[in-house]
Ligand binder design. Structure first.
Ligand code: PEP
Ligand code: MN
Length: 364
């Protein structure tokens, strides 16, 4: 069942200057000292960053690593607000954090990836935020579970919160990747498609885990039409107490943002609109043909099923399937289609076909 979320558009939050996309949240991974916070905020404010982030309570893998400065950091966030007129935000992971944030006037909070994966904690946070006007951004859960991510948004929605957004920071994986977390862009696209009104931020810092990945991942977010970025920035990145390898100087963030190509959502350019319509019409015809071809293929497959049944032959002949797939991968490569794409398509077709034949053989 598709559930709706009642969202107040991000343009009405009074946080971001939408005339200069993308929407940017920047600041250190962790609040470390008053000086570090003020220096970083000063650098960011100097080129128009309006929303400042800093982790006050840090979820760390090992006990004994730097776990955040705690409540005293909230005073530094207040100072950033006063001195630079920025909105400030931090991560909350339990109701105590929420109450502390309310007490110190934190403007926005986010729920971290480890917390989103825990519905008890999300519910506790939602209950604590009830009756407030504080925007909440929900990071994806560490595991690639779209429903768990959406469930967290629903819990907040049910608590009456309407300034909601999401942050995509990638997923834990056992695959060997150049990134700290697997981007899993298809889940982001699926979420955007299902909930187009929910403001969407990408966090290339935690996704990439290294400075060199920040620009390409940020550009990818822009190419997908995702409007926001949360990027870690520190006045002295290499000395940071957490995530030193992925933070950048405010001036480097300025350069990064200037080198992004921000895609428009639409245009009134006549030539573009005419061409895109024609191309889409062609795609529609091709898709219909694909569907027709699949129907014909399935008809033949059913006939094969009948034939196998009357001769008492097993449905799957592995060698036939292996050679069929290998042939398709070879031809696909000639057409510039990747092995993974061809494999995924033909595996789905083959599975559906086997299911149909199973029905025929199971008929008696
Ligand atoms: C963070 O933003 O500081 C953080 C801990 O991120 P995540 O929850 O994505 O790991
Ligand atoms: Mn971090």
């Amino acid at each position: 069942m598709e559930r709706t979320l009642d969202i107040i558009p991000v343009s009405q939050w009074g946080f971001f200057d939408e005339r200069i996309p993308p929407l940017v949240i920047a600041g250190p991974c962790s609040a470390e000292s008053e000086l570090q916070m003020m220096m970083t905020a000063k650098g960011l404010a100097s080129f128009g960053i309006h929303v400042f982030r800093a982790g006050i309570w840090k979820p760390r893998t090992h006990p004994g690593s730097f776990e955040g400065v705690g409540t005293k950091g909230l005073k530094w966030l207040q100072k950033v607000k006063q001195e630079f007129g920025m909105k400030v935000c931090t991560e909350v992971a339990c109701e105590k954090h929420v109450f502390e944030c309310i007490k110190y006037g934190v403007d926005m909070v986010w729920i971290g990836a480890r917390t989103t994966a825990n519905p008890f904690l999300v519910q506790e946070i939602a209950d604590a935020l009830q009756d407030t006007d504080i925007p909440v951004l929900v990071k994806n859960p560490v595991n690639p579970d779209l429903d768990l991510w959406i469930g967290a948004l629903e819990r907040l929605g049910r608590a009456g919160l309407r300034k909601l957004g999401v942050i995509h920071r990638g997923f834990s994986t056992t695959e060997r990747l150049p990134y700290r977390n697997a981007p899993g862009w298809q889940l982001a696209v699926e979420l955007r498609t299902r909930y187009p009104d929910v403001p969407f931020f990408v966090d290339p810092s935690h996704m990439g885990g290294a400075r060199e990945h920040l620009l390409p991942l940020s550009q990818r977010a822009m190419d997908l039409g995702l409007e926001g970025l949360m990027i870690e920035s520190h006045c002295d990145p290499s000395c940071a107490l957490s995530d030193a390898g992925q933070q950048i100087l405010p001036e480097d963030l300025k350069v990064l943002l200037e080198s992004l190509t921000v895609r428009r959502k639409d245009t009134d350019d006549k030539e573009y609109n005419e061409n895109i319509e024609q191309l889409r019409a062609r795609i529609d015809v091709i898709d219909e043909n694909l569907l027709d071809a699949l129907r014909s293929r399935m008809e033949v497959s059913r006939k094969i099923g009948q034939f196998k049944k009357s001769h008492n032959i097993a449905i799957v002949q592995a060698s036939r399937w292996d050679s069929l797939l290998a042939g398709m991968i070879r031809r696909g490569a000639e057409y510039g289609l990747s092995e993974s794409f061809v494999t995924a398509v033909f595996t789905a077709i083959h599975e559906a076909s086997v299911d149909e034949q199973n029905k025929i053989l199971g008929g008696q």
